[in-house]
Design a protein around this ligand. Structure first.
Ligand code: PTJ
Length: 250
């Protein structure tokens, strides 16, 4: 890792970059993951690199859905595994949702490396290597475990590509995504779109899971029923427009 001084004004962002580069070096993140991270950084700049009120509200609804689910699952790709391995394990424990590795640029080697990486960060069991079921997709993200994503009722898909999100929705599953780009196909297809950096989002969701465990089923259901994802998306776009207007007042 590069030696980045803690007082560097862009310390947090540069450290995130280091984690993704390290993920590539460890063989858990794809090279394409570097490009995806760059795109995310650009949108994060426009959010002000903070969790907005509407993203926090979406995180709360996402947690409510995971707590209400009968067969929840947390899908993990190479970027999420590099950026938030500990936090994903903690979110899995807090919500009772198992982890499943599911990759766009799939190789057995990378699946196994990510499973081992998550285990080294405290996971007891990680799905994704059985590969005994298929989603209706033409690429490798179709390959899933029957006891995991295939039979899940609620799926959390951080940093996603739009095709799989659509396929999961078409199967009648509820999909929660974390995507800094509110304009992406995934953002527009998911039931709940968290427009936040996966690092902040998963951290907030762990705390919320512990807080919300005290709520009864009716209270959790009310949160989900009152939620409007199109409002979340327009709030995110408006927030970015306001940010750009502020920045244009030089
Ligand atoms: O590990 P694999 O093989 O499954 O591949 C993973 C990537 C991310 C490479 C693959 O899913 C992909 O190509 O994704 P896309 O289509 O580039 O979409 C990723 C989305 O995540 C984009 O909309 C980015 O803006 C967004 N994004 C990138 N970094 C972050 C992010 N959202 C939240 N937090 C981030 N740190």
């Amino acid at each position: 890792m590069s030696d980045i001084p803690k007082d560097h004004p862009r310390y947090a962002s540069l450290m995130t970059r280091e984690k993704i580069v390290e993920g590539v070096e460890l063989g858990i993140t794809s090279q394409q993951g570097l490009v995806a991270q760059g795109r995310g950084e650009c949108f994060d700049y426009l959010t002000g690199e903070q969790t907005t009120d509407s993203a926090f509200a979406a995180e709360k609804v996402g947690v409510a859905m995971l707590l209400l689910a009968k067969r929840p699952i947390l899908s993990v790709n190479g970027n999420a595994a590099a950026l938030v391995p500990d936090a994903l394990v903690k979110l899995s424990e807090a919500t009772g949702a198992p982890l499943e590795v599911n990759l766009f640029h799939r190789s057995e080697d990378r699946v196994n490396r990510i499973i081992n990486h998550l285990k080294a960060h405290g996971a007891s069991d990680v799905l994704g290597s059985k590969a005994d079921a298929r989603l209706a997709l033409q690429h490798s993200r179709a390959i899933v475990d029957s006891e995991g994503i295939y039979n899940a009722d609620v799926v959390l898909v951080p940093l996603e590509d739009g095709d799989r999100c659509q396929a999961l929705v078409d199967m009648g599953k509820s999909v929660i995504t974390i995507d800094l780009n509110p304009l992406s196909r995934t953002s527009r297809t998911a039931d709940v779109t968290i427009v936040d950096n996966v690092i902040r989002a998963v951290g907030n969701m762990i705390l919320l899971s512990h807080e919300m465990k005290g709520l009864d089923e009716a209270q959790l259901r009310k949160l989900v029923e009152e939620y409007d994802n199109s409002r979340t998306l327009s709030d995110a776009v408006r927030h970015m427009i306001r940010k750009l207007e502020e920045l244009s007042d030089i």
